[in-house]
Design a protein around this ligand. Sequence first.
Ligand SMILES: Cc1cc2nc3c(=O)[nH]c(=O)nc-3n(C[C@H](O)[C@H](O)[C@H](O)COP(=O)(O)OP(=O)(O)OC[C@H]3O[C@@H](n4cnc5c(N)ncnc54)[C@H](O)[C@@H]3O)c2cc1C
Length: 468
Amino acid sequence: MQLNLNTCFTTLENFGHSLKSSSYRIPIKKKEDIYEAFQLAKKLGLKVTARGTGISYNDASLNGGGIVLDMRGMNQIVEWDSTTGVVRCESGVTLEQMWQRVEPDGWWSPVVPGTMKTTLGGCLAANIHGKNNFQAGPIGEHVVEFTAMLPTGALVTCSPKKNADLFYAMISGLGMLGVFTSITLKMKRIHSGLITVDAWHVLNLHKHLSDLRDHAADHDYIVGWLDAMARGKSLGRGQIHGARQLKEGEDSNPQKTLQLSYQHLPDRFFGILPKSILHYFMHPVINNLGMRFVNMGRYVSALRAHTFRQSHAEFHFLLDYAPNWERSFGRGGLIQYQSFVPKETAEDAWREMLELSHRNGLPSFLGVTKRHRPDKFLLTHGVDGFSLAMDFKVTDKNRASLSAMLQEFDQIVLNAGGRFYFAKNSETTAESARKFLGDDAISKFKKLKRRCDPNGLLESDLYRRVFG
Ligand SMILES: Cc1cc2nc3c(=O)[nH]c(=O)nc-3n(C[C@H](O)[C@H](O)[C@H](O)COP(=O)(O)OP(=O)(O)OC[C@H]3O[C@@H](n4cnc5c(N)ncnc54)[C@H](O)[C@@H]3O)c2cc1C
């Protein structure tokens, strides 16, 4: 690899375009390139961060002044066994590439986030969760094994039985212990390209959370939309979608529905408007007044309970329907704040946060809820409870007050025994992280870091913020 650092110095952003930092971006095509980049970083005294698609909502894959390894060039699906459902990929393979390879053979990824654009390396480093977190756990629970390169140049292979301490720390470890090169995952069987979805409305926060809890067991997936602008008796109202995979025999023509053409997300809105420009039309309504009407309209349209069938891609990747939708939030971008709170305390905590956002005139424009369970990864965000993700528009005028409010949110979440997710929040401080992770987990992580990365080469903006 010929490196000219002057030509690769570039400005990178987070998904929400609310953060920027300039770094040396080095394209990685093979594992030897990673080793060379580590050598170079050591020589020049620079820090290194791996970056997949770069669509974390925060600073997880930003590294101001340092080297960013662009992993998207390591994008080969190396082995796919359609009889066992085991797939081995390079870490820059995207979920989109992976599901498109396995789905026609009757398999689906056991865990997916709300977008198919993420890389597998990014998914393991954050230990992503899906709408089935309450039963399937995070993606790490479906990893058969992975290989990662440590900053020393050593390659380590880990599984739940082999190098188990590293397995449970590198998955969720934000790329701070090593760089994934190869990932082997076990897919789950599907008998149709379709999924059955039940949709119903909920009147308030209490009903919202009790329905998520009580109806999760009857569904494979459950997710709520929460109107974060509704107040008073309607606070926390919204709509729940509970989905079930079809059993063998329920789909009369699985050969047809499992075809990729059946999963295709339309690239035009109403058959006319290219979806790539939809964000220009969304922009004028992305403000307090516009979004009040949008949320109200959405709630009214949700009043009729109904059941329908959708393709897997349509159900899981709703946010990919409108590419660049985050651009509609304007120049200052957006911050997503996601908290994970135990089932016993979530209602009070979120009532307090929603009311605070209303009093401050800083409401969230979109709220999404999910049901979760704990897991045993070292930097876990899992709880026996729920998560609420809230999208906030950032402007020059509100940036400071929004940041102050989100720090107040942190205190409410911590007092409620909650946790945060390192791929989303951009405000979590080192003190908050220590409170929810605990001294024991942090010192275990730091001990492993000293073992894997004795020269402290792996650092990101997030690492410096949360563990610095
Ligand atoms: C629209 C949208 C919806 C989302 N929905 C969900 C959701 O439902 N559930 C959920 O859990 N998350 C969700 N996310 C968050 C997203 O899944 C994570 O941020 C994911 O990590 C992004 O993958 P990426 O390839 O862009 O990683 P990046 O943002 O590039 O990197 C994320 C982290 O992974 C590390 N990393 C990347 N590649 C490697 C590698 N090869 N080796 C070691 N470390 C590496 C980086 O250093 C960084 O710490 C969503 C994001 C978006 C934009």
